[in-house]
Structures are given as structure tokens and as C-alpha cells.
Design a protein around this ligand. Structure first.
Ligand code: GDP
Length: 198
């Protein structure tokens, strides 16, 4: 698919307000600051498509982008999680929205889970993996900002995450990714194609 054709469709504060649950979509999730907006912008070759609108405590939206002018093919930018400053009640509320979306969204074909290569598999990342696993939803992990490590340590980090997730190897794939150096964009596109192509 031609991801640079992606364009903003709509934002939704809750699952109930999401666009019709038809066609196919893939969702991007990750701890805030993991590099999610940068990755979506690298994939779509659009600098401002996914905006880094992160005001802790404010309600965050689920953003939908259509691909190739087809609203039945969507990329979904889920709210980043893990703001330290956010009140516990707001965190729980978001947790509820995310888990509801992951459990109930029928058109969801796969989840791209972004983790900073230097801080992979946080508690919340593991929770997301657990929710995906419950539905047998495939997950593609991007170990982001791989340019921050030298080649050897980056590969070692990749192996380590792989070995920790080996029990889920049927459902989980993992790669290194750098938006800055545009590394791993093709691999990501191919994975998305597998999920979104009819
Ligand atoms: P988000 O909160 O997950 O959407 O993260 P952003 O995409 O806004 O990125 C958070 C910070 O990490 C920003 O300062 C980015 O410039 C930086 N960043 C994102 N991707 C990369 C990358 O591939 N390499 C490096 N070195 N920095 C990155």
C-alpha cells in the first residue's frame, strides 16, 4: 500500500465515537515519547500527520488516518501511555479505553507496539501484549530510536526482547526502527501490507 497517501480522517475520544467498524485498520501504540508520531510521519513521509500534541492530563484522542483515499483502510494512532504527571484516575480511564478498543474493535488487524530500544517492555507494554494475546491479535514491535545505539548493542537489544517474547513468537514480530535515519520503514510497510491487503 502507498502509505504516503495517508490523510487525516477523524479523532475520537472513546470507542463509541470511532468511525464505523468496517474494513481493516492497524493501530499504533506505545508509551508517550517512544517515537510513535515520528514513526507514523516516517511511514507516511509527512512531517505533521501525527502531531505530538501531548499535554499531560488532557483528554487524548484516538486519531484515524485513511490510506489511499479509502476510509475502509485505516492507520490508527492510539493515545500514548505512561505520562508520569497524569493523575491516577485519568491513567485508569485511558487504560480502560485502550483495552476496550483492543478487545472490541472488529476491523483491527494488527497492533504496532513501539518501544524505545533502550527501555523495552515496560509494565504497560506487557499489559498491551497481554490484551492482544487474549484476542490472538498479531503484534509488530518497533524498537525505536535504534540510531541511539551502536550496531552491536542494538542487535543485542533486539535479541533480548525476542528471547523474552519467544512464547508468543507466532503472534509477535520485532524489528529495529529509526525515524531519524529512516531505517526499518520498508520492513514496517511490508508487515502492514500483510495485515491491510485484502
Ligand atoms: P511519541 O510521544 O511516541 O509520539 O514520540 P515522538 O515521535 O514525539 O518522539 C519523542 C522524542 O523522540 C522526540 O524528541 C523525537 O525527536 C525523538 N525521536 C523520535 N524518533 C526518533 C529516532 O528515530 N531517533 C532519535 N534519535 N530520536 C527520535
Amino acid at each position: 500500500l502507498n502509505y504516503p497517501t495517508a490523510s487525516f480522517m477523524t479523532s475520537a475520544p472513546t470507542l463509541a465515537q470511532c468511525p464505523s467498524d468496517i474494513g481493516a485498520e492497524v493501530a499504533f501504540a506505545g508509551r508517550s515519547n517512544a517515537g510513535k508520531s515520528s514513526a507514523i510521519n516516517a511511514l507516511t513521509q509527512q512531517k505533521g500527520l501525527a502531531r505530538t500534541s501531548r499535554t499531560p492530563g488532557r483528554t487524548q484522542l484516538i486519531n484515524f488516518f485513511s490510506v489511499a483515499n479509502d476510509e475502509a483502510l485505516r492507520l490508527v494512532d492510539l493515545p500514548g501511555y505512561g505520562y508520569a504527571q497524569v493523575p491516577e484516575a485519568v491513567k485508569l480511564e485511558w487504560q480502560r479505553h485502550l483495552s476496550e478498543y483492543l478487545r472490541e474493535r472488529f476491523s483491527l488487524r494488527g497492533l504496532v507496539l513501539l518501544m524505545d530500544v533502550r527501555h523495552p517492555l515496560t509494565e504497560f507494554d506487557q499489559m498491551m501484549l497481554g490484551w492482544a494475546d487474549k484476542r490472538e491479535m498479531p503484534v509488530h514491535i518497533l524498537l525505536t530510536k535504534s540510531d541511539k545505539l551502536k550496531n552491536g548493542p542494538a542487535k543485542a537489544a533486539l535479541q533480548k526482547v525476542r528471547s523474552r517474547l519467544h512464547e508468543w513468537e507466532d503472534l509477535v514480530s520485532i524489528q529495529l526502527f529509526s525515524s531519524l535515519k529512516r531505517e526499518g520503514v520498508d520492513t514496517l510497510s511490508q508487515r502492514l501490507d500483510q495485515w491491510l491487503s485484502p
